[in-house]
Design a protein around this ligand. Structure first.
Ligand code: NDP
Length: 506
């Protein structure tokens, strides 16, 4: 077996084997002996480990967050007073960017260009939410329609939030929850995914250096079952989750039972509709970012390409040559486009999908199997042609470096195919006609659509429909999940007395 990455890459990093959780402003040793390994997917070797939280650890963290919320040191500040902390966290993250990126790459095999980008993006997310302080504290006074008086609308923090993130983007998907929670005045307990528990510690370092008070941000590491204990803890006021649809459903059921608000950012099976006039050369330049970002482990990417019959072979050739010529290899190299998939379980899942594709009649025009003769969880970047809508790979989220190309007859057929997955997260339209592209985007039943590329925008809401989730993150709309509205009704001085008399007469 050839080693694609040298096994000693973790030596220079500050966090490898740790035995503590971050609770009430200090790193506290776990109260139990159980540990979970951290494995480098590029080698298959374990290079770190973290404690699997006990019920006592979880209760301590939840209690610390509850106390910090109730004693008001954070919630009692105005959003404008909290904003500078977020700006300082952003600066402190940037100072730690390289160590954060390397740790993240060793945890999940994301190419280093991706994880360096994640560190920068995390800082940007904190800056973005700092700019929304005026929205939270605006003077929002609304008249009664009948002239009875006026109502002051307050945006209070919702309380203690449990934040649960997956392994594909462990930093950004956590920070997308943490930053709005903080600016709103909430306190949090975070649980990263088991494969990626270490990189998030740099965010805590940054928060500590920025002077965030004890108890406002807490972190426990542990299995999914421990996440469930957090969700069901009596101190929880809100849950924010990104991950798979089955676990999302399970968490939603628990939150429904307990009547706690929940936001869920779940899986997807998004489509890129290539209109007959599309510029395929331009499409090639954004293809990987739009359809196979992070070795295909990105929730919103358009992993089903819908091509018009007349240009089907041309689209297959362009996609095949773009994917086949992108570099796969050591994720620590700046020019690597495809690394390994993040975990052994994910590797086995993706290989099972490839077997099903072969058995059901799809044709791999490049890739199609595990990368032979190498250590770690490398799967060849794969393009599947001759895929039909009923095939398993056309219907289910694969979450690996696999693209399927389907044929459509006319635009109505393309839209029907795109909307027929049960999911509704992302999507893309490729066309040289902006009006036609927008008209197709308007008919796609999904939370976001990109025209000739895809990227998410911190200023705009991001979320899924149907099996892709509930609620949104980002934009002003994303803040609402962390707010509890309070309406304070009062009589206006000029008319109040009369109305009071009228009201009491009735
Ligand atoms: P999961 O949904 O299993 O895990 C996501 C997070 O939830 C992890 O932190 C996990 O912890 C935690 N968790 C698991 N079970 C529970 C529970 N009962 N209560 C509370 N928290 C829980 O996703 P996976 O990471 O296993 O990925 C599986 C599939 O999910 C992928 O193949 C992909 O299809 C999809 N996925 C979608 C993502 C997206 O961005 N939309 C991101 C990641 C995955 P732990 O890791 O310890 O189990």
């Amino acid at each position: 077996m050839t080693a694609i990455m040298s096994p000693d890459r973790a030596q220079a990093l500050p966090y490898t084997h740790v035995d503590d959780h971050y609770i009430d402003g200090v790193w506290l040793k776990s109260t139990g002996p159980d540990r979970n390994p951290v494995t480098n997917p590029a080698t298959g070797q374990t290079w770190g480990s973290v404690p699997d939280a006990t019920e006592e650890d979880i209760d301590r963290a939840m209690t610390a967050a509850d106390r910090a919320f109730r004693t008001g040191g954070w919630a009692g500040r105005t959003p404008s007073e909290r904003a500078p902390y977020l700006l300082r966290i952003a600066e402190e993250i940037e100072k730690r960017g390289e160590s954060l990126a390397m740790t993240n790459t060793l945890e999940n095999g994301s190419p280093i260009s991706e994880t360096r980008g994640a560190a920068k993006n995390a800082a940007e997310i904190f800056r973005h939410f700092a700019t929304l302080a005026p929205y939270l504290e605006q003077d929002d006074v609304r008249a009664f329609p009948n002239g009875l008086g006026e109502t002051v609308v307050r945006r209070d923090p919702v309380g203690v939030c449990v934040l649960i993130a997956p392994w594909n983007f462990p930093i950004n998907l956590m920070v997308a929850k943490l930053a709005p929670a903080l600016i709103s005045g909430c306190t949090v307990v975070m649980k990263p995914a088991s494969p990626t528990p270490l990189s998030i510690r740099f965010i805590l370092e940054a928060a500590e250096a920025a002077g965030i008070p004890p108890g406002v941000i807490n972190l426990v590491t542990g299995s999914g079952q421990k996440g469930e204990l957090m969700v069901k803890h009596p101190a929880v006021a809100k849950v924010a989750f990104t991950g798979s649809t089955p676990v999302g459903r399970h968490i939603a059921a628990a939150c429904g039972e307990l009547l706690r608000p929940v936001t869920l950012e779940l899986g997807g099976k998004s489509s890129a509709i290539v209109l007959p006039d599309a510029d395929l050369e331009a499409m090639s330049s954004v293809l990987i970012r739009t359809c196979m970002r992070n070795t295909g482990q990105t929730c919103y990417i358009s992993t089903r390409i819908l091509a018009p019959e007349a240009r089907y072979r041309e689209v297959v050739e362009m996609v095949t040559s773009t994917i086949a010529t992108a570099k796969q290899g050591d994720p620590m190299q700046e020019d690597t486009v495809f690394g390994p998939v993040a975990t052994k379980a994910q590797y086995e899942t993706v290989l099972r999908y490839l077997e099903s594709a072969h058995a059901e009649g799809a044709t791999a025009t490049t890739g199609g199997k595990a990368l032979p003769g190498v250590e770690g969880y490398f799967i060849q970047p794969t393009v599947l042609a001759d895929v039909t809508p009923e095939m398993t790979v056309a219907r289910e989220e694969i979450f690996g470096p696999v693209l399927s190309i389907l044929k459509y007859t006319d635009v109505d057929d393309a839209i029907r195919l795109a909307n027929n997955t049960g999911f509704g997260l992302g999507g893309t339209v490729f066309s040289t006609d902006p009006t036609a592209a927008l008209a197709v985007a308007d008919r796609m039943d999904t939370g976001s659509v990109g025209l000739n590329f895809f990227a998410s925008n911190h200023n705009a809401p991001f979320g899924g429909r149907h099996d892709s989730g509930l609620g949104v993150e980002f934009g002003i709309e994303g803040l609402n999940a962390y707010i509890s509205y309070k309406s304070i009704h009062r009589k206006t001085s000029s008319t109040g007395q009369n109305h009071q008399i009228k009201a009491s007469t009735r």
